[in-house]
Design a protein around this ligand. Structure first.
Ligand code: FAD
Length: 555
């Protein structure tokens, strides 16, 4: 087979698509993954990253069991990018305690296999000792533990592992057509627009897996195939630091559950869940959603409005199209659609539904079907073989001494790369000046930025953000954007205009999430950012042909 002939083309580089590409490549299939933007640039990048025990889905025991098992698998293959978070669910009335008691059994049934304790009831005193920000009128709380994964790193590691097993991964390549042979009723290949080269390219493939998330119905249309989704919007509010000691889950104003989770160096308040007909490409959290979340959590964390909101984010869940039930009752399970039986089109496979936590399971099911169609009998091993960096534990204290870099910076680096961090540190032997901290919020040193550019195929500052959490802290990129842009331009040999456009793209992307939530101290922070980039940097006066809108609206 040549470079343009594949067994399988996967469309979409989110959690689902990267998991499918990894599984297909590990089973020896010649695999191409096409992503129209960057890896993890859509829905998965807006999620909370909880690899949930699934106890919320106790009405669907199969899904609960699947989630619980997947947590065990992730802890085996990706331990280095996972955090365990203790959570309190405080109650202010006896009726809540009674109605939520059933969750306790559902959670505790599978607790042992996930290596967490069973759920515990705590007194108000014990609850307040753990989290003094709680409302003192609580009557009890439930304590439990869940795992969280870095969704950006998970997708990237899945993509890198796919490459390691022979797959080709192309970002900034948008599929614009699926070619079919109508006489045979088969898929023939795909046509895509390569945004890097500006060219239209074609590849042949026996199978096409449509993992395009909330765009999957549009991708199916390219092959005249039918696919329905129930699109569901979710928004998060993000605070500048870990404002609570543990995760807090409470009943919202309308009885739904909302949460406040410490997440990396920040805290996430979420989430809304609304049927949506908005375009997933231009989605932002609304003022209503922000207020709903703040009011909901305020009853149990009264000081929430004093905390500093740095931004919001919103995404669309591509749910199974069951319209006979209210949103919260729609299954969080998934379907693998074989268009051979549905549309008499052999070789096209699509997904509906699913979650981040089930992405490996979804990939296994789809790859089993791919193998069946191709007459291959290889078994799935994605739950056994570690993702890059998870091969061993890392002695961060010893590395901090050896390389004379702060323990804090190295611990954050470990949480991104596990054993692979040694490759970053090796760079500093030849270039000790690359120990310089570029992003102080995270923190990130120059050597890691250079390593990511060389090994993890970012094309822009936004891609670097997804690789490293660059610019995601309290200053939202005010102090690291221009420094990181210089390193990126040097490594990728970018021209002056590209350098400026990239800075503006990055600032605009940050602005998209900051605008709705801007209040209090964050106003001063944004004023400083505007002062530096628009006034001192003169970036609103440049001759470069960029979209001025966000900056114009500020003035
Ligand atoms: C607010 C929110 C919170 C959530 N929290 C959690 C959680 O805590 N835990 C959990 O398990 N799940 C959570 N989820 C659900 C989870 O995020 C999604 O189910 C999952 O990430 C979907 O991944 P995906 O790969 O299917 O979709 P996406 O991440 O959207 O990936 C699809 C990709 O396809 C690409 N694409 C589209 N069209 C084309 C084309 N024509 N050519 C090439 N590429 C194309 C897109 O650019 C995109 O990158 C949450 C969802 C939301 C919205």
């Amino acid at each position: 087979m040549g470079e343009s002939e594949f067994d399988v083309v996967v469309i979409g580089g989110g959690s689902t698509g990267t998991a499918v590409a990894r599984d297909c490549a590990m089973r020896g299939l010649r695999t191409l993954l096409l992503e129209r933007d960057d890896i993890a640039s859509a829905t998965v990048g807006t999620c909370a990253g909880m690899i949930s025990s699934g106890f919320k889905y106790r009405d669907e025991p199969d899904i609960m069991e699947m989630c619980s098992k997947e947590v065990v698998h992730f802890n085996h293959i990706a331990r280095h990018i996972i955090m365990k978070t203790p959570i309190l669910a405080p109650f202010k009335s006896m009726s809540d305690v009674a109605s939520d008691g059933a969750y306790v059994d559902a959670y505790s049934d599978h607790a042992k296999e996930r290596d967490v304790p069973s759920m515990l009831f705590l007194t108000p005193e014990a609850s307040l000792e753990i989290e003094p920000k709680l409302h003192p009128d609580l009557i009890a709380s439930v304590y439990y533990e869940e795992f969280f994964i870095d969704p950006f790193r998970l997708c990237l590691l899945q993509a890198l592992d796919a490459i390691k097993h022979g797959a080709i991964v192309k970002t900034y390549c948008e599929v614009v057509d699926i070619e079919t042979d109508s006489a045979k009723g088969t898929v023939d290949g795909v046509v895509f627009y390569n945004r890097v080269t500006g060219s239209i390219e074609k590849v042949r493939s026996k199978i096409v897996v449509n993992a395009a998330g909330p765009w999957a119905h549009k991708v199916a249309e390219f092959a005249d195939a039918s696919l329905e989704l129930r699109l569901n919007k979710g928004a998060h509010v993000i605070f500048d630091r870990r404002i609570v000691n543990v995760g807090i889950t409470v009943r919202a104003l309308d009885g739904r559950w909302v949460y406040l989770f410490p997440h990396e160096n920040t805290t996430l308040l979420g989430t809304t869940a609304l049927d949506t007909w908005e375009d997933p490409d231009s989605l932002v959290a609304s003022f209503d959603e922000i207020e709903y979340l703040l009011q909901s959590i305020e009853s149990l964390i009264p000081s929430i409005r004093e905390a500093r909101i740095i931004r919001t984010m919103a995404g669309v869940r591509p749910l199974v199209p069951d319209w006979n039930v209210p949103e919260e009752k729609v299954t969080r399970g998934y379907q693998v659609i074989d268009h051979e039986s549905r549309d008499k089109l052999k070789g096209l496979i699509s997904f509906t539904g699913g979650k981040l936590v089930t992405c490996r399971h979804m990939a296994e099911a789809a790859t089993n079907l791919v193998c069946e169609k191709l007459g291959k009998k290889t078994k799935c091993t994605t739950h056994e073989k570690p993702l890059p960096g998870n091969e061993d534990v890392v002695d961060v204290i010893a590395l901090a001494k050896e390389y004379d870099i702060s323990l804090h910076a190295l611990e954050r680096m470990r949480a991104r790369r596990g054993t692979e961090m040694v490759k970053v540190l090796e760079l500093t032997k030849e270039h000790p000046e690359w120990k310089t901290t570029i992003c102080t919020c995270e923190p990130i040193i120059e050597a890691e930025i250079r390593y990511a550019i060389r090994e993890e195929f970012p094309q822009t500052l936004n891609d670097l953000r997804r690789r490293l959490r660059l610019g995601t802290g309290p200053c939202q990129g005010t102090f690291c954007t221009y420094k990181a842009a210089s390193i990126l331009s040097e490594e990728l040999d970018l021209g002056g205009d590209d350098y400026l456009v990239d800075i503006l793209d990055f600032r605009s992307e940050r602005w998209k999430g900051i605008r709705q939530s801007m209040r209090g101290e964050q106003l001063a922070q944004e004023e400083l950012a505007q002062g530096m980039y628009a006034c001192v940097g003169n970036l609103d006066q440049s001759d470069v042909d960029y979209d001025l809108k966000p900056w114009e609206e500020m003035s």
